[in-house]
Ligand binder design. Structure first.
Ligand code: SAH
Length: 350
């Protein structure tokens, strides 16, 4: 059975028409699901019993069950572990900023990109998340906290550009004025750099911010950290970024996880500055979050600041990402990994 939450308005229209109902019913249904956020048919008071029964026989609302919610005493960051209808487990994070609440969502169960420092990719990719499941991550967090989510970052587990169609549909639905009506400008899509998909996304002119996980200033170093670098060179990635900027007018954000003795040198910073020179962009430095399985270490703070200063000297916009929820650790995918290793319940009857 398919999740009713995954259908956009046009698709819902053809579903209700197929059931012999008027098209406007689809709009009512869409509002129940995406504006009022009900998760049962009983609550839909203006939908006829007949239509509800037909829908119920063919579709369902895939449940997203919170298994763990950890709240930071330092900054209120919350990490969520959710169980999907088929027993798979995913993570999402809520971060509280002065400008609003931002949710970091997963786009796949696991990931197949293989970045060496990332916990989400260790066991590969199990499956793509559906648009409905990505929406449910946001809706469920709003429901639990009773707080409004104003920003979304696709920076949890998974590679959004490796789940392109579903991610695009998610973006379309979350920005739809019949639903959550979020501005595309408040959404960031992060990718390790699947070049053709970056161009495809640009052509859709969605106004979302594109973040590129660059993590190195030359191909040789990048290959040490990210297998995708064997497929696309930095030059190709940057060319796709230029295309994205020209097409959408949106400034590119580059993520650079600093790893001790790998990509944290002064020469590396200079090389990065010359790569990005003249580009309207922003660099986000992230001291690498060491994971148990790998031996990558954070540079010293001296080296982190030195790296930043070199970029600033070359007039590159740069910030160091503030570590959120330090006391509820489990960096990038570790919460899920620990849960599974401790023999967490893996199956769930729908
Ligand atoms: N697949 C996408 C989005 C998910 S990862 C991408 O690659 O961009 C989100 C960001 O966290 C990426 O920049 C990723 O490289 C980074 N990341 C993953 N594990 C990390 C770790 N242990 N320490 C620091 N950054 C990490």
């Amino acid at each position: 059975m398919e999740d009713l939450r995954s259908f956009n308005l046009e698709e819902l229209s053809s579903i209700v028409e197929e059931f012999g109902e008027k098209k406007f019913r689809a709009k009512q249904l869409y509002e129940w699901i995406h504006k009022k956020r009900v998760a049962t048919f009983e609550e839909m008071t203006n939908i006829s019993k007949g239509l509800k029964e037909k829908l119920m026989a063919n579709y369902f609302f895939a449940p997203l069950k919170p298994l763990q919610v950890l709240t930071s005493k330092i900054d209120g960051t919350q990490k969520y572990l959710f169980r999907l209808y088929d027993g798979n487990v995913i993570e999402a994070v809520l971060m509280k900023y002065k400008y609003g609440n931002s949710v970091c969502i997963s786009t796949q169960v696991g990931c197949r990109m293989g970045c060496r420092f990332c916990a989400s990719t260790i066991d590969g990719r199990t499956r793509n998340l559906t648009p409905g499941e990505m929406l449910a991550e946001v809706y469920t967090i709003e429901h639990i906290t009773k707080e409004r989510v104003s920003h979304i970052v696709l920076m949890g587990a998974g590679e959004p550009m490796d789940n392109f169609d579903y991610v695009v549909r998610f973006l379309d639905m979350i920005t739809n004025d019949q639903g959550m009506n979020l501005s595309g400008r408040n959404i960031t899509v992060s990718t390790c750099g699947l070049v053709p998909k970056i161009k495809e996304l640009a052509d859709l002119k969605l106004q979302v911010t594109l973040a590129i996980s660059l993590h190195a200033s030359n191909d040789e170093t990048r290959k040490e950290l990210m297998p995708i670098a064997n497929k696309y060179s930095i030059a190709q990635v940057l060319e796709a970024c230029d295309y994205y900027f020209q097409t959408t007018g949106r400034r590119i954000s580059f993520e650079y996880s600093l790893v001790k003795d790998v990509n944290d040198t002064k020469e590396g910073a200079k090389e990065l500055a010359s790569l990005l020179k003249g580009r309207n962009c922003h660099v986000n430095l992230i001291p690498v979050n060491p994971i148990e399985e790998k031996d990558f270490k954070q540079p010293t703070w001296d080296n982190i600041y030195r790296f930043k200063e070199v970029l600033e000297k070359h007039h590159i916009n740069v910030t160091i990402r503030r570590e959120m929820g330090r006391d509820i650790n489990g960096s990038c995918g570790q919460l899920r990994k620990n849960y599974l290793e401790e023999g967490g319940q893996e199956t769930f009857d729908k």
